[in-house]
Every structure is written in C-alpha cells, then in structure tokens.
Ligand binder design. Structure first.
Ligand code: GCV
Length: 845
C-alpha cells in the first residue's frame, strides 16, 4: 500500500514538475512504460563522432543529453567507430564501409541502421557538420515521438539553401515588435555579458534546421558599423557557432556618410564602394563566417538609393560586392513603399509597391543578392494573397519573409498558429513557369534555377522564460523552421509533432492542443479582419486593439475602404488599381472576376456593397456579423478545452496557458462588439440573427450608481495622444461608446447596480481597462460581501482607454437574488484610472 502510494506520488511529481517553457520542444522528458523499455533495448551504449569540429561535438553532446533525459542512461562518448553497437556520426567518407557511398547535399543527413560483425549501428551520415547536427536532432525527435529505430533509413535534404531568422532587436535592449521580453543579444547599447541565452537559442534554431540569424533591427542603428561593435558582434558569432548558426547584421544605407565622414552615400560613388569594402573586410576579420547583411532602404523613413536617383539594384550591389569575396549574402528587403500616399486617389495602392519597385530590375542584381519579399503585398496582415513579386522575378534570387513574431496576430497574447497561413501561401501556384511555380519553389530558386534562395522568419524571441510570452506561440518558430526545411510537411503533422515534443504524448493532450492550434488562425482572422479585410486593428498605433477606421484617411495605404455604401479595395484591372494585373494571367483571371475570386480574399481585391452575396450565399454584412459571434464562442470553447487538460499538463504551463486563453476569450468579445457595432452603424443593416447591438445581461458602467467615477467619452484625447485630437475616434471600442474613470489621485471610486433578475447562480463579467501607466486595483462586492479582487497588471501596449486595454474579469459561482447590490470598487494608480466599461451578469447553466 505504502509502496503504491509512493509510486503514485512519484508519478504525480513527474507530471507536475514545474516547467517554465524554457526547453520548448527540446525537453527530453523521461519516457515511461513500454516506450522506455523499447528504446532502452534499441539505443546502444556508445555515441561516436568521427568529425572533431565544434558543431559535431554539439551533435554528440545533444545525443548524450537527449538519451539521458528520455532513457535515464548516459552514453559513452567516443571518436572512432567502436567494435560494439553504437550511434556513429561522420561524413560519408569518414564512415568508410559502414554505409554505401552516397552523395549528400550540404546540410542533408542520412539516418541508417546497419550491422557489422557483432555490432548494430545507428549511423548519422552527412556531408558537413551541420548535417550531422540536424541528423542528431532528427534521431532524438524520432525517439520523443515514439517512432521505431529498427531498419532506419531516413534521408532528408533541406528544401532551400537559405533558412534564416531575423531579429528586430535594438542595441538598447528593446525589441521592435517583440512580445517575449527584452533582447537576448543586447543590453544598454552593448552585447550582453552573459550569452548563455544566445547559445541556448542557437540550439533551438539548429534543432529545426535554421543556420543563420541577423541580430539587430532592420531599422538599423548606424553605430553597429563602428569599430567598437565589431568584437561584440564576433562574441555573438562565437556563441552561436557551435550550433551551426552564423550571424548576420542589418545596416543603415546612409552609413558611409553618417559614420564614414564622406559627403555622400551614393552607391555608384567609388569612395562609397571602397567604404563598404573596408567595413565588410573588418567585420570578416573578426567573424570570418558572418552570413551576410540585411538592408532596409527607402522604406518607412530609411534612407536609400532614391536620394541619388539610383536603383535598388545599385544599392544592393554596392554592399553585395563587398560581401562576395567572403561568401556573404546581401538580403535587400522588398518592403519598399510610399507611406505618404494620397488616400483620396482610388487608383493609389500600396499593394502594388513591391512589384512596381523590383520587377523592372530583374536580372540587375549581383549573384549574392537576395530580394527578401514579405509573404503578402502589404505587411503581415491576417490574410493577404501571395505577393505578386514572387512570380515577377526570374533572374533574381528571392526569399520569402514570414513573420513569426505575432505583430498583427495578437502579439502573443492571443494564440495564433501561423503554419496553416504560411502553407497556403507557400503552396500557392503563381503560374510563373511551365514546371513547379508554387511560391515555395520560386522562393527556393527551384523554378528558375537560381543559385540560392529560401526562407527568412522574423522571430524576435526575448528574455521571457518561454521566449515568446506565450507557450503556445513557440509552435510558430518550430513550424517556421520545419517548413523552411520541408515546406511539403502538412500543418497537421507540424502541429502534432510540436505538441507531442512540447507537451508529451498523451493522446488527449495532443489532440486538444493540435486542434486548437490548427483552427486558431481562422478564428483570429474572423474577429480581426475576415474576408480579406487585412486587419481592423489600430494600424497607426499599437497594431493590437480594434480601430476600424485607423486604416483610412491617411497615407499608410492599408485601406479597406469601408464606408456607408460598401467595403473593400478595388484592385481589379477593369476599374481599380490594376494590382491584380501584376499576377500571371491564370492567377489574375481568377482574382479579377467576382465569380471566381475566393471569398477569403474578396475584400482585399474588390469593393462590394454590404449586400453582395458570397459563394456561400450569405451577404458580406451577415458574414461579418456571424463570423464575429462564432469565433468569440470558439475562443471561449478553447478555454473549456484547455481546462479539460488539467492534471495532464504540468501545472505551471497549464495555468499560464489558461490565463492567456481566458484573456483572449475576453478580447474576442471586445473585437466582436467593436467590429459589429462599427459595421452596423456604417451599413445600417440589422443583423438577421438579432445579436448585434443587443447585449442581454449587460449593465453599462455609465448607467450604474457612481461614487467618484466620472463618465468619459472614449474618444477623448488621452495622454497618449496629447498632441491634438486623436487621428481616429474609435467610439466602437467601448460598449455604448462610454466608460467611467476614477480621477487620478482619488482614493477609490465605486459603481453599483441592483440585480433585478431571477434568483440563481451567476457569473459576473467585469469589463475594465488595464492601462500601461499604473497598476490599479479592483474589488467586487455583493451586498457588502467581498467576492473578488484583482490588480490591473497585464503587459498591454497602451495607456489609453480603448480596446487594447479593455480587459475582462470573470467571477464565477455567485448566488444572486433580486435586489442584491453588486458593487465594483476601483483604486487608481499612477496614470491608470481604474476605468470600467460594463458589468455583465450571466446565468450559469
Ligand atoms: C522593423 C512593419 C512593422 C515595423 C517593421 C516593418 C518592416 O511596418 O510595423 O515595425 O519595422 O514592418 O518590416 O520593416
């Protein structure tokens, strides 16, 4: 009895072992039962590596670490083929007769089981040390996933030579569009002293086949090219090198003038060319395996070749020529557009910009230049068609830029698994050539037989223990790497792999998380920008909360043109901006006609009345209404699904994700209400289902009995927009367009209401505002009895009272009788005014 009790206690302890998420998908959690027995029989006692390079040593150490974690056994390390059974790693030549002579591409690996004499060998063969490392990770992945090792014969070659990540880290340690804490690379204008995190990050990258990483923001700080930083860059390179990850940097195109004391940065001036050469030579002297340079020029205020009426090819080539002797690559960003466009001109279209800027230059770039093109023509919106530029370059290397960091995707406070989105884009046939002209084939250089090309992911992982601020967001980095390695993997396969590696093999856990991840993009899209609306977020502000009109009446060109009469950007050739004509005819014809244009992209490509019928037969306006209600319910269902995993996922990560999903469920309601209200007001078409603008059980804070609280119109300028009136007035951000706020400096304020419903059990939902400039406290009372208290301490990106800060507190299990007084007390702090939007009283089932 005692023994049993102890055993179950131990089992329990293993299950609830606190996990911070730091190990991500490389947990190597102990195997149990039959799986443990099976692998203990098949995994030999020795691991030998025949290649002495540091990368190969990492591969061997990783095998030892993984086997120790999963099987509880420490393998003996050797450096020649032992007589006894072993895992043996080496190049095909080093492996001698152990396996047949084959030619393996760089970074490819071959996992092969073989027998010689009395020894059984698991061979990891490759043509270079990175291949050995990738093979080692593949072998460990197989063990974690429970795949058999007998008759092993797995040969994998990366789909594309370029598998990079970019970081948008600033030298001061902050990150542009980073949601997982500050930089792992930089602190106080220098490289961090302790680079352990950097090495651990490189290990994560290596495990998914990523081999290069740029370490500073594309909005580049020119100081990085001063001599002071060269040894610092070299330190990062040293930290990442054992994992086969090479470092790259982003540079400012004006550097020859701003740093070099030249009177010009004209790319055709020989002094400028000499300047770049000298600087690049210096960098390579310190870090000889630097992967290359990333350049954002003539974009969003960055200087570029237009200053001298030169072309993007001139700009790219002057830096590329400096890199060429060292084998470095120059990534020139295709994200070039005018952000001061006249919004009243219906022919203007930011979507055209990449193609218009680069198509005519095809063939003019040096062989080591790669044009780095965002997946869509605008900017990582919730849905965009594939950028037509991918089909418009035949004699130029290209790479697809995907955004792993969730800028327009809920900034890691919302769970959105992006792999299905990326898959749709990568599999899209651009009809650019007779053979395979899917986007992935074009980007990888296969279609037009380019020397190089591939994938770049903007990652922006940070110092948070779990790297991203949300455990489930780790799946995006994992999925990005897996797709860059093999874009033919299905979303299902990637989600399933990631879930089992990250949360274990329990089938219920696997199924629940995988399903949630696979549906999460469509869910998010349907509350933040359905039918090709791109995004309805505040594009001139934090890119997070709702602000339907923020896209309009400004020069940024993220227009959706929603007004009283209709919605959508007319990008047709016949009557619109002509954007659709940038695609090859087979694609253009499909997009141009309303009959064949996919519903998902309708409003990206066409302007239609709200009564336009989709292929499903539903009107556009009813789709907007329905989709918002459906997905708000779907996110609530995620919460319930997650709760069903209690006890099956370790406690820390279980609670973290639960908190995240509960928050997201509240936000989906904020989005639902704001977007449907806005479209109802604009279209004046009532919801056929009668849901929009009717909120049963909701008591607006402004109609409660207030003590100290004052009513505020949400569109008032707040300190965040102190310089004049706000650009937009998102009255839809608050229920009823109003909130109540407690003046700064007040001790506390209260808002109360009398319950008038039937006696029973109720859930109270308090919609309050969690501004970033203080930590207000709230208390809820029923008939003078305290029932809940909380602090408004989330890390949200606004100090305004708006949908970004609008947050929901759920208080379940409250018994109410008619006449009961419900009172919310808010205690302001700093600039945070303990504001309230409404109270919702929901009967429990
Ligand atoms: C690094 C968008 C983002 C910017 C980003 C830019 C880019 O505009 O909001 O933060 O700048 O894209 O990709 O260069």
């Amino acid at each position: 009895m005692l023994k049993l009790g102890l055993l179950s206690l131990l089992a329990c302890a293993a299950l609830v072992r606190a996990e911070t998420g730091y190990d991500a998908w490389l947990r190597y959690a102990p195997l149990e039962g039959a799986a443990l027995e099976r692998y203990r029989l098949t995994v030999p006692a020795v691991v030998a590596v025949l290649d002495p390079s540091p990368v190969a040593m990492s591969a061997r150490a990783e095998i030892v670490r993984g086997v120790k974690g999963m099987l509880g056994r420490t393998l003996r390390e050797e450096s020649s083929v032992p007589k006894e059974s072993a895992i043996v790693m080496g190049t095909v030549a080093q492996l001698g007769g152990l396996i047949p002579a084959v030619t393996l591409a760089p970074d490819a690996f071959w996992l092969k089981s073989t027998t010689q004499g009395t020894g059984h060998f698991i061979v990891i063969a490759a043509s270079n040390d990175r291949g050995l490392l990738y093979g080692a990770f593949a072998l460990l992945r197989k063990i974690t996933l429970g795949e058999g090792l007998a008759n092993l014969d797995l040969r994998e070659t990366p789909y594309a030579p370029v598998r990079w990540v970019n970081h948008w880290d600033r030298l001061n340690g902050t990150i542009e569009r980073g949601y997982g804490g500050n930089s792992i690379f930089w602190e106080n204008d220098h490289v961090r002293q302790d680079l352990t995190r950097v090495a651990d990050y490189a290990r994560l990258l290596a495990s998914i086949g990523i081999d290069a990483c740029s370490i500073n923001n594309v909005n580049a700080d020119p100081r990085l090219l001063t001599a002071e930083y060269t040894p610092e860059i070299a330190r990062i390179a040293d930290a990442m090198r054992p994992w086969g990850v090479r470092v790259a940097i982003s540079v400012d195109f004006g550097s020859p003038q701003s740093l070099g004391k030249l009177d010009t940065f004209d790319p055709l001036d020989p002094r400028v060319a000499a300047w770049w050469k000298a600087h690049v030579d210096e960098l390579y002297a310190a870090a000889p395996d630097l992967a290359g340079i990333v350049l954002k020029a003539d974009s969003e205020g960055r200087v570029g070749p237009s200053a001298y009426h030169r072309t993007h090819a001139d700009a790219a080539n002057v830096v590329a020529r400096a890199l060429a002797p060292h084998g470095g690559l120059l990534f020139y960003r295709g994200f070039v557009y005018d952000h001061h466009m006249d919004w009243q001109n219906l022919k203007n279209d930011r979507g055209r910009a990449a193609y218009d800027n680069f198509h005519a230059l095809d063939g003019q770039f040096e062989a080591n230049v790669i044009v780095q093109i965002k997946n869509g023509p605008i900017d990582f919106q919730v849905r965009e068609p594939a950028s037509p530029l991918f089909g418009g370059l035949e004699k130029t290397n290209q790479a697809i830029e995907l955004q792993v960091t969730q800028e327009y995707f809920g900034q890691a406070r919302h769970t959105v698994f992006l792999v299905p989105y990326w898959k749709e884009t990568l599999d899209f046939d651009m009809h650019a050539a007779a053979g395979d002209s899917t986007l992935k084939a074009l980007a990888a250089g296969k279609t037009f037989h380019r020397p190089t090309g591939g994938f770049v992911g903007v990652v922006n992982a940070g110092l948070d223990e779990n790297w991203f601020g949300n455990h489930l967001s780790q799946a995006n980095l994992y999925g990005y790497g897996r797709l860059a390695w093999n874009p033919d993997l299905s979303s299902q396969k990637i989600a399933d792999e990631w879930t089992r590696l990250t949360f274990g093999a329990n089938p219920k856990v696997d199924q629940t998380i995988t399903q949630m991840q696979l549906t999460s993009w469509r869910t998010y899209e349907n509350y933040t920008g359905p039918l090709g609306l791109q995004t309805l977020t505040d594009i001139t502000g934090d890119h997070y909360g709702v602000n339907v009109e923020a896209s309009e009446r400004n020069g940024w060109g993220q227009w959706h043109r929603a007004d009283e009469a209709g919605v959508g950007m007319d990008r047709t050739v016949a009557t619109g901006t002509g954007y659709i004509g940038q695609y090859r005819p087979a694609v253009a014809d499909r997009f141009e006609s309303l009959a064949s244009c996919p519903d998902d992209l309708l409003l990206f490509l066409h302007h239609v009345p709200y009564t336009h019928r989709l292929h499903s037969g539903k009107t556009v306006i009813q789709y907007i209404y329905d989709s918002h209600y459906e997905v708000a319910a779907a996110v609530s269902a995620y919460v319930e699904q997650w709760k069903s995993l209690r006890g099956l996922v370790d406690e820390q990560r279980f609670n973290d994700v639960l908190t995240q999903l509960e928050y997201q469920a509240g936000q989906a309601v904020v989005w639902r209400d704001a977007v449907t209200t806005w479209f109802y007001r604009a279209s004046k078409i009532a919801d056929a289902k009668g849901l929009v603008d009717h909120y049963p059980g909701r008591v607006e804070a402004e109609s409660m009995t207030l003590a100290g609280y004052t009513v505020r119109d949400i569109s008032e300028p707040t300190p965040g927009r102190a310089n004049g009136p706000p650009i937009v007035t998102p009255a839809e951000d608050a229920s009823g367009g109003k909130v109540v706020a407690c003046p700064t400096g007040a001790k506390s304020c209260t808002a109360s209401t009398k319950f008038a419903g039937q006696p029973g059990w109720y859930t109270l939902r308090v919609e309050y505002f969690d501004q970033a400039n203080g930590v207000a406290h709230y208390r809820a009372w029923v008939n003078g009895q305290a029932v809940d208290e909380w602090a408004a301490d989330l890390r949200l990106p606004s100090i305004r009272l708006d949908s970004t800060t609008s947050t929901r507190r759920t208080i379940a299990g409250i018994a109410l009788r008619p006449g009961d007084e419900i009172r919310i007390e808010g205690v302001p702090d700093g600039g945070e005014v303990a504001a309230l939007d409404y109270l919702e009283i929901v009967a429990e089932k």
